[in-house]
Ligand binder design. Structure first.
Ligand SMILES: Cc1cc2nc3c(=O)[nH]c(=O)nc-3n(C[C@H](O)[C@H](O)[C@H](O)COP(=O)(O)O)c2cc1C
Length: 407
């Protein structure tokens, strides 16, 4: 790997070799074969096609279909989004066109991985099976079952309408697994009580791996002038799916839960923008990771920083291969009852770093234990007897390292 000769970024996932763990998720960055070609050229190891359906003429999108939350800084010409809601449907491009594109991609880029994402409703075994077979014949390396889209499609008995039902998830997975020889992975919705139960059912039904998560069902906001929730489609809206940095904690928990409780190979998805995010998913059990929103915001070229950052981190930590790193944090994740409740820690304020913003004082006074006092000289002091070590002061302090917990 260039500057990190001791590190091999390649990884095997469900028996398929990826030159690095970075895959484009099924989404706008994989709208066409031509776009996937550009992504492969940029360095992405694989791509999941935008979800394919048998009858693309039934897919009619609305405009707008996105809404975001972020911080604007017009002076720096910057908007940093931390959450994206979409009400976009699956692909509206004909299956026959997609099959030709998959075939071409596989011929021209044999070292790259093409994953065909497919969807139908749970009453159509022949629909699922024939689509999966066609994708296999076109050369797809893997099939991803979209059991998880939370908007638009569930009303037609598809997406999360299947993934929220263990029996239906099992049924659909077994139909497809029986029909094709290539590995099948099932894409989970986070909108269930226990994601591991659904993942386990799919693995028992013949899936070779799990991808998690699809978007989180959400309403991103309401326009207080028009009273219309966002995105505003001619005066109305519908709930959508949330993605981007805001969903990363939900996705990390889902991935860890699936990896720990099922042992399945996992492709981690949800809020990954940087190599650090990717490393966290891998440490919690993902052997590949998929990205959508970060690519929508910053483009395919983020792959350079993803691969170089991850390789440098692996070298520093002594991980030679991705497989050495997969799940390395899982045994540090225990049940709450197993946590140390003996060691007590107290807040300690370094007044030489303090900017006298009052944040710690106010939070501790009104939502803590009144352990922080503020002198007339604006010197903050912790009364150790009152401090319970909750760490709220550390969370609100804007200066890194100013407040720490000490045993
Ligand atoms: C506009 C948009 C369209 C999407 N379309 C699909 C789709 O067709 N099939 C699918 O399985 N997931 C779809 N997704 C979900 C993504 O593949 C991914 O699971 C989700 O966005 C979380 O990852 P992220 O935070 O990196 O975006 C879509 C996401 C967005 C934002």
């Amino acid at each position: 790997m260039g500057t990190n000769p001791g590190v091999d970024l390649s990884v095997e996932f469900c028996g398929v070799k990826f030159k690095n763990p970075f895959i484009l998720a099924s989404a706008p960055p994989t709208t066409t074969g031509g776009m996937i070609v550009r992504a492969f050229k940029a360095g992405w190891a694989g791509a999941v096609t935008k979800t394919l359906v048998e009858d693309a003429s039934s897919i009619i999108n609305v405009t707008p279909r996105l809404a975001s939350l972020g911080f604007r800084d017009p002076e720096k010409r910057l908007k940093k989004n931390y959450a994206l809601e979409n009400i976009e449907l699956v692909t509206d491009r004909e299956l026959t066109i997609w099959l030709k594109e998959i075939e071409e991609l596989r011929k021209k880029y044999p070292d790259h991985v093409v994953i065909a994402s497919i969807m139908d409703d749970a009453s159509k075994p022949e629909g699922w099976q024939s689509m999966a077979k066609k994708c296999e014949d076109a050369g797809a390396n893997l099939i991803e079952l979209n059991l998880s889209c939370p908007h638009g499609m569930p009303e037609r008995g598809m997406g999360s309408a299947i993934g929220q039902d263990v029996e239906l998830s099992k049924r659909v997975t077994s139909w497809v697994a029986e029909a094709v020889n290539i590995p099948v992975i099932a894409k989970m919705t986070p909108n269930v009580t226990d994601i591991a139960v659904v993942a386990k059912a799919c693995m028992n039904a013949g899936a070779k791996g799990i991808s998690a998560i699809n978007t989180v069902a959400a309403i991103i906001g309401v326009d207080l002038e028009t009273l219309v929730p966002m995105p505003n489609v001619s005066g109305y809206s519908a709930h959508g799916g949330l993605s981007g940095p805001a969903v990363k904690p939900i996705a990390l928990k889902a991935v860890a839960c699936v990896a720990k409780e099922t042992g399945a190979p996992v492709s981690g998805i949800g809020g990954i923008s940087t190599w650090k995010d990717a490393a966290e998913f891998i440490l919690l059990g993902a052997s590949t990771v998929q990205l959508c929103t970060a690519v929508m915001f910053y483009g395919y070229s983020i792959i350079d920083e993803l691969t170089s950052g991850l390789a440098t981190y692996m070298e520093k930590k002594g991980f030679h291969r991705i497989s050495d790193m997969v799940g390395a944090s899982l045994d540090k994740l225990v049940s709450f009852g197993e946590l140390d409740n003996k060691t007590k820690r107290k807040a300690s304020i370094d007044n030489s770093l303090c900017i006298q913003c009052d944040a710690c004082f106010v939070s501790c006074r009104d939502a803590g234990y009144q352990a922080i006092t503020r002198g007339s000289d604006k010197i903050y002091k912790v009364t150790e007897k009152l401090c319970t070590g909750c760490s709220l002061c550390c969370q609100v302090c804007p200066v890194e390292g100013c407040i720490t917990l000490k045993p």
